[in-house]
Design a binder for this molecule. Sequence first.
Ligand code: NI
Length: 190
Amino acid sequence: MKAIKKYVHQLFSKDSTGHDFHHMKRVAKLSKSIALQEGANVFVAEAGGWLHDIGDVKLFANPSEAREDMASFLHKIKIDEEIVLKIINAIKDISFRDGKIPDSLEGKIIQDADRLDAIGAIGIARTFAYGGAKGQLLYDTKNSQDTSIQHFHDKLLLLKDGMNTSFARELAEERHAFMEDFLERFYKEW
Ligand code: NI
């Protein structure tokens, strides 16, 4: 796990889009907690949490090369082939864009952890960081398309109802309520 952490740090320490090393760390820790709760393979869930954004099309110029690199790194640090395949399988279907539910329990858990990190106070901070990094406006009353505020309606407010595990569903409730409060105040102050 130490080697994986170092590898992830190399890839994401300079990220300013909300997908930095600390996002990976939170998702790894949360995945581990949920895995313990749900009786899943804890190593696969935690390792997958660390590695889940590798090969994301919005973060990597060459996604398939990034994923191949990751696989050879996992082999190099002598993780059993069977476990490597489980990790790769767990993280392949987690993205919101693809609209898939991972087939393995570990995949479902990592998807939940990633989505929990997209909502609540951290989710709000990450949304505006991403918007800034991509040159988006905060908000625009005339044309809200492609603004950071629109992202709450297109994605973030929908995540609560799509959680796979009961642990995540419970945690999502309060984070969701906080985002609704935030938006209400935002519109009021605007
Ligand atoms: Ni992520």
